[in-house]
Structure formats: C-alpha cells, structure tokens
Design a protein around this ligand. Structure first.
Ligand code: ZN
Length: 329
C-alpha cells in the first residue's frame, strides 16, 4: 500500500503544505474516489467548505481565513436535514445498530422531541444552538483532520485551538474556479455512498434521493438580512437596478452574485430590488456597471471590499450567466 488512508482524526492542527506545484485535481480525486469513507463526513465537509468559500477573509499574510464554527454550522444544517428530515443514513451501522457520531447526536435529540423532525432552518434558536454545541466537538474530532489527511495538507491548514482554517491563493483559485464541478462530483460520490449504505442494510430505496441530497442546503428566511441591510445602508426606497421607487416593505432582497453559486448570504452581496427585477434576474450576474455600484456601496458602508468583478468572473467561469440588465421603462 502506497498511501495511507483515513487517518488524521486526532490531529490538533495541520500546516498548509507548499502547494505551488500541486495537482489539486489528483489530490481531490484521491480523497473522493479512493479515500476511506467510514461515514459521509468528508462529502459534507467539502460541501460546507465550498458553501463558505466566499465568506473567507483575506489576511495581511495573503491567506484566506475561515472560522471553523461557520463551516461547522453549515455542516450541522446539512447533516440535520439529511439525517433527521430525510432519514438518509450517513454511516454503515455496526452490528449493535450504532450510527455515526453526529447522526446519533441528532437522533437522540429527535427521540426526546419528535416535533424536531423539521428543516434545520425552521427550528427554534435554542434547538439550533443545542445541535451545534453537541455536534461541534464531533466535527472537530472526526471531520476536519480526516479531509486534511486525505488531501495531504495541500488544500488547507487548520488549528482547532484557534477555531480556524486557511487556504492560500493557489488552493483558493482551484476551489473557486472549479467550484460547481467539484460540488457536483462531490454530490455524486456522496449519493453513491448513501445508496450503498441503504443497500447494505437491506433498507428500502429512498425516492428522489439525489434531489433530497441536493436540497439539504436550503435558502434561509432572508428577513433578518433585510433588516440588517436596511439598518446598515439606510432604507430601501428605490430598486437598485431599475431605480423604481419602492414603498416601505416592498423591496425584495437580491443576491448580486446568485445564491445558486455562492450558497451563502453575506451582507455585501445583497441589494434591494423591485419584484420585476428580482424575478427577471434570477440566477444571473448583473452587468459590470451594477457590479461597480455594489462595490462602491460596500466601500461606503464598510461592508468589506470584495472585488465584485473578480467574483463575477469566477462565477461566469463556473457557468453562471452574466451581463443581466433591467428592462427599461
Ligand atoms: Zn427594478
């Protein structure tokens, strides 16, 4: 056996190795196709990492930092929806009928209160916090180090003590430029593993399994973001795109770079739009004049200086439609 698989669980931290000449595709393929999968954790983790990629913060050292708790909260959401909401088993059961650590935590919560069989997003805040509190140690213990080990430290470094993970420009470029492709391949391997687990245990096939798995990252209620944007940028009296006056409460939140691509809700990516523009734009990126306006708005209101044109180029590279403009008149 050449490479070792499936180690790294107990690593407390991992350095990001020199990846200037790394073959990232080979590295991912190694983890997704050959790595040892005792549970579906790695798929859930890779998805959570991709969903939070554009919420990373670039440090003065040129590295991109992500809070492990942010990644874990996405992980907890998708795992909850998979295990509790859709009953998709995520780990081969042992002879004693045990399931994976995180699934067990959630199942225990569910047996104490059957009303929790609901989308994670719709749970009460205290329940969400309880789920996170119970799952985070397992996430730290079993998830972060395993994927790091499989990818030989070439994609990210991490510190459990500092609760953070970091990428460099090379690994960031790779993941963001191939985000949609990696996302899809990850789903496919994840799906195959779920089917294998169902089959091994003689369980009934789950109808619409792929759809359910793809829908475990859900759009959340945007009301809190709406309130934050109104507070931070002062009012929403005209549509950002067509300039139509909006009555109070009439404005809809639009993800400038579509949600379908970034899968997260950072404030710097929101504008108020009228219903007609919001519906017309759908999953497209607006033309550069609007990207520049968003960037200026973000600078003016201290929402960070994300390079909107660069993000739009990355999204376009991933197949997102570009150049949307509102209908005039
Ligand atoms: Zn409009």
């Amino acid at each position: 056996m050449g490479k070792m698989y499936g180690g790294g669980h107990r690593l407390k931290e991992g350095e990001l190795k020199d990846n200037s000449s790394a073959d990232f595709f080979a590295c991912l393929a190694h983890s997704l196709f050959e790595g040892k999968h005792s549970a579906t954790y790695k798929f859930g983790f890779l998805k959570s990492l991709l969903d939070n990629l554009f919420s990373s913060e670039k440090g003065d050292d040129g590295l991109f930092y992500l809070d492990l708790r942010t990644i874990a909260s996405t992980f907890v959401t998708i795992y909850w929806n998979a295990v509790v909401l859709y009953d998709i088993p995520q780990m081969p059961m042992t002879s004693e009928g045990k399931t994976s650590g995180i699934a067990r935590v959630f199942k225990d919560m569910l047996s104490a209160n059957p009303l929790l069989k609901a989308p994670f997003e719709s749970l009460r805040t205290d329940v969400k916090i309880e789920a996170m509190k119970k799952a985070y140690p397992v996430f730290k213990e079993n998830v972060i180090g395993a994927f790091y080990y499989d990818t030989e430290g070439l994609i990210y470094g991490f510190s459990k003590k500092e609760n953070c993970l970091w990428l460099n420009q090379n690994s960031m470029d790779f993941l963001s430029h191939h985000k949609s492709l990696i996302d899809q391949v990850n789903y496919y391997e994840w799906l195959k593993m779920c089917e294998k687990i169902l089959k091994e245990h003689g369980l009934e096939p789950i109808p619409y399994l792929s759809t359910k798995l793809e829908e475990i990252t859900k759009r959340v209620n945007l009301q809190p973001f709406k309130e934050a944007l109104e507070r931070d940028c002062g009012g929403n009296n005209i549509c950002f795109y067509c300039g139509k006056p909006l009555r109070k409460g009439e404005g809809e939140l639009d993800h400038v770079i579509p949600w379908s691509f970034i899968k997260s809700d950072p404030e710097w990516n929101f504008v108020f739009a009228c219903r007609s523009c919001n519906n017309g734009k759908r999953d497209a990126i607006p033309s550069t004049e609007y990207l520049d306006l968003v960037q200026k708005r973000n600078e003016r209101f201290n929402l960070g200086n994300h390079d909107m044109r660069a993000l739009a180029r990355i999204a376009a590279y991933n197949g997102v439609k570009t150049g949307w403009k509102p209908k005039k008149g």
